[in-house]
Design a protein around this ligand. Structure first.
Ligand SMILES: O=P(O)(O)OC[C@H]1O[C@H](O[C@H]2O[C@H](CO)[C@@H](O)[C@H](O)[C@H]2O)[C@H](O)[C@@H](O)[C@@H]1O
Length: 838
């Protein structure tokens, strides 16, 4: 009879179970642009029109970003839309890094509003012509999502700005986050339509779309998803002010690979995962992995690059060459310093101008000799702060020009209107120096673009009378707060907040020899060429594949509602230990050995009172009273507290200090591994400290202790919020091994071995009892129940959720023993217990 309670226990495990090892299916679905009815057979509808119309043997790379890299125009007379890919955008250029034969599909919004009645037509045209899948967000949603939540909340916060606001209207408001969720969901739905097979990869870009990993994985559990953050990631002290901090972190952790531009941003992210979610990470041979419910989420630190070929091609255009000549002749005899920035509060435009003002004030000989050409791209967002930054920049520029300018000399030239790309390239090529003075920026590729353009080409060399490649020069001034700064070792690094620093750097530039400028240029040029956009994309793509390989050999469960959704991955064969299964084996066994860890297994880690409850004592006594059982507590704790706590358990064995001390029952003497009686280990606990700081200190302590104790017969180990130094040759695994062998030598051959534990030290026990199945002394392999508390990567073959479940299981199996004692009522007793425990 299958009791309802049994079923409940079995069902407890998951909402959804899936196995990554399943063979690939044929295309999951073939989905078309909105308005077209799906056709499941791509061969019969291969008109190039539908999202699913390509042969599925082509792997798809689905690139998702807030805006499609598309230039849109509408002919107002005919009402016709026309679209062209914007080849100057990183998202288009990254294709060069993908293997030939991969089909690249873009998902994102258009930067114009399209009337709902036109949306189907526009979708079809965009997909047919450019493999783009547009996400149409209603105007109000777009405003709340992008202009308010992204640009007014996330953008400042991710650029390390605390949300200190004087106006109540500017405070975080949950409805704005809901707009973010709704927008991300629209994107996720479009991605689902574009995915054809499990081999496809989705690469999500930037802070606008951080919820996509969760929203997408909810629908496609096996999808390979990578996320790259183009913006900075702030320190945990700033990030944790975000009211939806956990939802965003958890979502990013549903990706397989998370990329950052710099080590600092990755470090901040790790620190947030550790402080806010209590997660650990491991760094092995340059790869960082975060353990998240059995999955290893990989982290990648790789700065974006530029498309050298594209820049060179633009530089070769006759219009560009002409513009270069024009600029060079206009500023002949002057040192041209170039700035190219979006109008944004973090670009430090006025700080840059203040630095120039200080330079001119201090160094009169440079007046009339230096020009700062500042190209200001139009602001991408709206708001009082942008208006203020714009006003500030304009007034400082005006002041400098009034003070140090003349009829034919303007020290600051502000170009605050859109100019064509080739003109920008011409300014790069014609400028002696480029300055990026942002107070914070994810990467900033302007210095890279500038360096490529300064390499020039044969025609420019001829016009300039240069005949050696060694004659190329470039000079960079770069804020230490932008992502590209560490890669530019030949740049003058400045603190943008210090006008003196900026003025000094500007002065140094005026003072450099041509030779020095050439050396710096060569160094940067080599780096920029080899770390281009294709290198960045290829490297991310390859790492995403690698990150997914491990996941694909695992068995996975999905759990959690809403934004708490996550995947739990376990190695094959690892499953929840059900009472039904355990009880059935337990009942059949004639000789059972049971090893139980204490903290975190029988008593929750979180409880302040660590002593055993009356319920636990009674359950252990019931277990021990069965003559077929040998029961041991195997703990890292000292023997004093364990013997005091279990004073009422006459037949309970105790292995204290990881088995350094063993006592077979209360009446027996303590045995030790060594003849010299001394207390064996030293443990440093950090569970009551700040998690991040404690973990950091623990790492340092381990490496220090390993060094100073390298000649001592001890081992240094990290456990769950502890660092321990213990004698070599002592472990829970060794003590379990010893106990099993002792019993076997006495003729008490086990046919069931059970071991439950939660910590790293318990893994040694699991290993020992797994090994015991092949002991030559045993006539037959015993059945093994190695059980981890909490589903995680483990050598155990079973898991339970927590201490409560351990007690329930133990109580459940004691009912089997009771059966024998009360033969007449056995069935009822077993069932009763199961009702209670389930
Ligand atoms: O203004 P948004 O629509 O929110 O876009 C944000 C910025 O995206 C791009 O910059 C980011 O990516 C660059 C390439 O990796 C990186 O160099 C930069 O530091 C990031 O902020 C875009 O270039 C900017 O104009 C946008 O403001």
């Amino acid at each position: 009879m299958v009791l309802k309670s049994h079923t409940n226990l079995l069902d407890m495990c998951c909402e959804d179970v899936f196995d990554f090892q399943q063979p690939l299916r044929s295309p999951r679905h073939v989905v078309n642009s909105p308005g077209i009815i799906s056709d499941p057979d791509w061969e019969s509808s291969n008109d190039g029109n539908s999202v699913g119309s390509m042969p599925f043997c082509f792997k798809r790379k689905i690139i998702v970003a807030n805006f499609l890299p598309v230039i849109c125009a509408k002919n107002e007379a005919t009402g016709e839309w026309s679209f062209a890919m914007d080849d100057n955008q990183l998202l288009v250029q990254l294709k060069d890094g993908f293997p030939i034969g991969n089909e690249v599909i873009y998902v994102g919004s258009l930067n114009v509003q399209v009337d709902p009645i036109e949306q189907d037509r526009v979708s079809q045209k965009l997909f047919k012509e450019h493999r783009c899948v547009p996400t149409f967000l209603p105007a109000e949603l777009q405003h709340q999502f992008y202009h308010i939540f992204c640009k007014q909340h996330l953008w400042p916060l991710f650029h390390y700005m605390l949300p200190v606001c004087h106006d109540k209207d500017e405070l975080f408001d949950r409805s704005l986050f809901q707009a973010y969720v709704r927008a991300n969901k629209i994107f996720a739905d479009k991605i689902v339509e574009a995915v054809n097979s499990d081999d496809d990869c989705v690469w999500v870009h930037d802070y606008h779309l951080m919820l996509i990993p969760t929203l997408l994985r909810k629908k496609l559990h096996r999808i390979k998803v990578g996320f790259f953050l183009h913006s900075p990631f702030p320190s945990s002290e700033i990030y944790r002010t975000l009211p939806v901090r956990d939802e965003i972190l958890k979502s990013l952790l549903n990706a397989d690979l998370i990329g950052f531009q710099t080590f600092d941003y990755a470090r901040h992210f790790l620190s947030c995962c550790s402080r806010l979610l209590g997660l650990n990470y491991e760094s092995k041979r340059g790869h960082i992995g975060i353990e998240y419910f059995g999955r290893t989420v990989s982290l990648k630190i790789l700065a974006a690059g530029v498309h050298v070929g594209r820049l060179e091609a633009t530089l070769r255009l006759p219009a560009t060459i002409k513009k270069v000549q024009e600029i060079e002749s206009r500023y002949s005899g002057k040192l041209v310093i170039l700035g190219v920035d979006d109008m944004d509060i973090f670009k430090g435009i006025s700080l840059k101008l203040l630095g120039l003002e200080l330079l001119l004030e201090r160094t009169p000989k440079l007046r009339g000799k230096v020009v700062l050409v500042q190209i200001v791209n139009p602001a991408r967002s709206i708001g009082k702060d942008i208006e203020e930054a714009k006003y500030e920049a304009e007034s400082v520029a005006q002041r400098i020009n009034d003070k140090y300018g003349s009829a034919n000399y303007k020290p600051v030239v502000l170009i605050d209107y859109s100019i064509p790309f080739y003109e920008k390239i011409a300014f790069y090529a014609a400028s002696d120096c480029c300055i990026v003075n942002a107070v914070r920026d994810g990467m900033n590729l302007i210095p890279y673009e500038y360096t490529v353009c300064r390499q020039g080409n044969e025609e420019l060399d001829k016009l300039r009378g240069l005949n050696k490649s060694s004659s190329h020069t470039s000079t960079l001034i770069v804020s230490e707060f932008v992502g590209c700064s560490p890669s530019l070792s030949g740049a003058f690094r400045v603190n943008p907040w210090s006008m003196e620093d900026v003025a000094d750097a500007l002065y140094s530039v005026t003072d450099l020899t041509r030779y020095e400028k050439n050396l710096r240029h060569e160094k940067h040029y080599r780096y920029v060429r080899s770390h281009d956009v294709a290198y960045w994309a290829r490297s991310f793509d390859q790492d995403l594949d690698k990150a997914c390989i491990e996941q694909y050999s695992q068995r996975c469960w999905t759990t959690g509602f809403g934004l708490n959704f996550r995947v739990i991955a376990l190695s094959p064969g690892f499953r929840r230990l059900s009472l039904e299964h355990l009880a059935s084996s337990y009942k059949k066994a004639n000789r059972r050995m049971i090893f139980l860890d204490y903290d975190g297994t029988l008593v929750p880690q979180t409880s302040h009172d660590k002593s055993p409850s009356a319920e636990l004592i009674s359950t252990l006594n019931s277990l021990c009273s069965d003559m077929k059982n040998t029961v041991f507590i195997v703990s890292g704790r000292g023997r004093d507290s364990l013997s005091e706590w279990f004073a009422s358990c006459e037949n309970l064995g105790i292995a204290a200090e990881h088995g350094y001390f063993i006592r077979w029952n209360k009446a027996a003497e303590w045995e030790t591994s060594f003849s010299e009686p001394k207390e064996s280990a030293l443990v440093w606990h950090y569970q009551n400290t700040d998690h991040d700081f404690g973990s950091c200190q623990a790492k340092e302590l381990v490496s220090h202790l390993e060094r100073v104790l390298s000649n001592e017969p001890v081992v240094v180990r990290r456990g769950h919020q502890i660092v321990e130094v213990k004698p070599q040759g002592v472990s829970k695994g060794i003590s379990v091994d010893k106990i099993i062998r002792t019993l076997v030598s006495k003729g008490e051959v086990p046919d069931l071995l059970m071991c439950i534990g939660n910590d790293r030290s318990d893994e040694d026990m699991f290993e020992s009892i797994n090994r015991a199945t092949s002991l030559s002394e045993l006539p037959a392999a015993p059945e093994v129940f190695a059980c981890s508390v909490g589903p995680k990567a483990s050598k155990a073959n079973y898991y339970v959720d927590g201490c409560d479940e351990v007690i329930r299981l133990l109580k459940g199996v004691t009912a089997v023993s009771l059966q024998k004692d009360t033969a007449g009522h056995s069935h009822a007793a077993f069932e009763d217990t199961l009702e209670v425990v389930s």
